[in-house]
Write a protein that binds this ligand. Sequence first.
Ligand code: NAP
Length: 244
Amino acid sequence: MQYHFELKNKTILVTGASSGIGKEIALNISQSGGHVIITGRDKARLRKTFNILFGEDHSFHVADLSVDSELIALIDQLPLLDGIVHAAGITSHIPAKFINSKNINETFDINFNAPVLLMKQLLLKKLLNNSASIVFLSSIASKYPYFGGALYSASKLAIEGYSRTLALELAPKKIRANCLSPAMVQTPMLERTEETISKESLERLKVMHPLGLGLPEDVANAAVFLLSDAARWITGQNIILGGF
Ligand SMILES: NC(=O)c1ccc[n+]([C@@H]2O[C@H](COP(=O)([O-])OP(=O)(O)OC[C@H]3O[C@@H](n4cnc5c(N)ncnc54)[C@H](OP(=O)(O)O)[C@@H]3O)[C@@H](O)[C@H]2O)c1
């Protein structure tokens, strides 16, 4: 495969890099010449990502981003950044009548609060270079509901709204903020979803994809584009992936 977008000399933080989409994004950034700082909770899997990165000057930090002290400890170790990809996230499959406050907190803590609080610290500590690019992982679920997906959809819609406002606030420094909203991508998250919903529901969802299910690299290609200077006039947008 040819890589068209250059990330040479850019330092980029990728959350959720121990699995699935975040892992592939970290790999693609390194293949495009960037330096990656990867983070996730599972040390062994994070190290596996680290070991497949191309080039040099990468680093990894284990952190549960829903724990304030671990988020701050990560921030304290960061250099100046040219980009961030907020890929860490969880799904939730709970019918509306069974949702409780613990479920709400669990979903929002990582899908919304963590990226928002991470951005707050990066901005307060002036850790973003001018012209940096911020990419949030939203989901097609924010537009197309699925049974039991109320919390997941709401958390993704929330991050889309946040991203649009952030884009406006950071535009004077030419810092861009955008969301990617993939349809279903073949990752461990999807494998876990397959265990919790019926075969019929899953088939119904799959046939909605005109180009079939996505691969992590399909999302990584879009992320690398948004991180690159080729996307310098794109901000406050939400790019839907998967043909919806
Ligand atoms: N797969 C899809 O179909 C799909 C579609 C649309 C959008 N997305 C979005 O894409 C993103 C990545 O999804 P994926 O499919 O790659 O999922 P995945 O394979 O389950 O990976 C999720 C990642 O998030 C990290 N994470 C979860 N909770 C965390 C926490 N509290 N602190 C720090 N890291 C945490 C995990 O770290 P550990 O494993 O180390 O715990 C893992 O690296 C998510 O935001 C998801 O909502 C996925």
